[in-house]
Design a protein around this ligand. Structure first.
Ligand SMILES: [Zn+2]
Length: 504
């Protein structure tokens, strides 16, 4: 598809050893797995750039009690405190173990993006006080602390791995002046290569905004777009139109401003799987492969055109009798344009599309309809039109069966690509909440259907007050009804969370 490299951020999937072993995910890669990834990348003509976070986004380390003392803010395990004893040796060790498994690496990406907590601890905050009063002092201190710490990391890399060039995310430089950066980094500006990440579809947000700041400071600059994992923390299917627009906008940006750069190295297409360490999984890799193929093609062609999309379809082994079109741009950006293709993970692509279609287009709208037809305050008083209950109960039962069948497909598809933890997490995040609501509505509707006589209006609705009383809802209704001799408690057969609903 035209890629020349592979940027790998392992986070807790890396097989760390020694004191760092505690940070490893229990379903992480083994050393052999990493070697296999490197071998396959090499065979595919891709050089691998490992990415090790060195300042922020270190939740996977700092969340553990063994490293808690290194947090900048004790409550938030996001960023290390640069002045703490032990911080730098931790970062050195993260780098050393990563580089040991990447002996051929020509570049090392040190992350350093979104360091939200700087200058907050007792020691670091004193630097701000010295630099001046109020906001300006705090900002100047943050910049100074950031640049001093990054310089320390860069000097360490230059000393220890002289053949390796460091790359870092650019966003922490964005609020600085060129002079501040030059003063803070000194001649390291000639050594480190910032990577401008920007996932906007408006080209004016990329190079014009940040490139002007960097062009006289850094000789080498990279860009970063996104083919997945940038549109929503819980998004499951990349909106190909949106992702395509990010790439066409970068092309416009480079066309207008690229000449100002001394050396524009290239573009990394990021594909995030979580917005941060504590977030649920978002758009999975196989589901996003068509987005990657289209995005790669746009960058190859320097524009988006029909031939390019068809070339992307060819790379995805789509059936030639159903040529891909640009329909996703004109009609539905989530359109299942690549459903007839055969690429690694096609089964995951198809089954996730099928389940999300059922959930988003059919079940969730029906749940909204139930909420408006049967408002909670009326359910509390068991005050509903009885003739509509059976119809809704039948609808729920029918759709639970369809969903259960789809779950079998999801299980089989995920087993081809992912481990059981990933399968269970995906279902717990995307299916279980909807399934729980369906089951809850079954309980409510079944119990409510047993009522045969109703009271006069007005209903007994308590006046609104703050703080608001506990919601009157499902549990309350069920409890009230369970005291009545008429009611047969409904058996909740919802499967335990994180198991696949089946046989319902
Ligand atoms: Zn500190």
């Amino acid at each position: 598809m035209g890629a020349t490299g592979l940027l790998m951020e392992y986070e807790d999937m890396f097989p760390f050893t020694g004191e760092l072993k505690v940070v490893n995910a229990k379903n992480g890669y083994s050393k052999e797995d990493v070697k296999t990834i490197l071998r396959l990348a090499n065979e595919s003509g891709l050089y691998v750039i490992p990415l090790v976070q060195t300042f922020g986004h270190l939740e996977f380390v700092l969340k553990h009690k063994e490293f808690r003392h290194l947090r900048e803010v004790d409550k938030f395990p996001q960023a290390v405190c640069p002045t703490r004893n032990g911080t730098f040796s931790l970062v050195q060790e993260l780098i050393a173990q990563t580089m040991e498994l990447h002996p051929e690496a020509k570049y090392l990406h040190i992350g350093a993006d979104e360091v939200f907590h700087i200058g907050r601890c007792n020691v670091c905050s004193r630097i701000g006080m010295k630099l001046g009063p109020g906001f300006l002092g705090v900002q100047a201190a943050k910049h100074q602390i950031f640049l001093a710490y990054v310089s320390q990391v860069l000097q360490h890399i230059r000393r220890t791995y002289p053949a390796v060039k460091p790359i870092m995310w650019d966003d922490m430089f964005r609020t600085m002046s060129a002079r501040e950066i030059e003063t803070g980094l000194g001649e390291l500006t000639q050594y480190v290569e910032p990577m401008i990440w920007s996932y906007f579809s408006d080209w004016r947000h990329h190079l014009p905004q940040y490139g002007d700041l960097y062009k006289d400071v850094f000789p080498n600059i990279w860009g970063a777009t996104a083919f997945k994992g940038s549109s929503g923390e819980t998004a499951q299917i990349p909106n190909i139109k949106t992702q395509a627009m990010i790439h066409t906008s970068w092309i416009s940006s480079l066309r207008e401003n690229g000449h100002k750069m001394k050396n524009f190295r290239g573009i990394a297409l990021t594909g995030w799987s979580r917005f941060d360490h504590f977030n649920p999984l978002c758009e999975l890799f196989p589901v996003a492969l068509p987005s990657l193929a289209v995005s790669m093609q746009i960058l190859q062609d320097n524009e988006m055109n029909l031939e390019g999309v068809q070339e992307a379809a060819k790379n995805l082994n789509c059936q030639p009798d159903r040529p891909a079109t640009l329909a996703f741009l004109e009609f539905d950006p989530n359109l299942d344009e690549f459903n007839n293709c055969s690429f690694p993970g096609t089964e995951v692509y198809r089954s996730v599309h099928a389940v999300m279609d059922l959930l988003v287009r059919r079940i969730e709208p029906h749940l909204k309809e139930l909420e408006s037809n049967f408002p909670v305050y009326q359910l509390h008083e068991l005050y509903v039109q009885a003739s509509r209950l059976d119809e809704h109960l039948r609808w729920i039962t029918r759709h639970e069966k369809i969903l259960a069948n789809f779950m079998e497909e999801i299980k089989a598809a995920f087993k081809l690509v992912f481990d059981e933890y990933t399968l269970n997490e995906w279902i717990a995040a995307n299916v279980v909440p909807v399934w729980t609501k369906l089951e809850a509505w079954k309980v409510v509707l079944t119990n409510t259907s047993l009522v045969e006589e109703w009271s006069s209006r007005p209903l007994n609705i308590p006046p609104f007050s703050v703080p608001i009383a506990l919601p009157i809802g499902v549990t309350d209704t069920t409890t009230r009804l369970s005291h009545s001799s008429k009611v047969v408690p409904y058996k909740n057969n919802f499967p335990e969370q994180t198991t696949v609903p089946s046989g319902v």
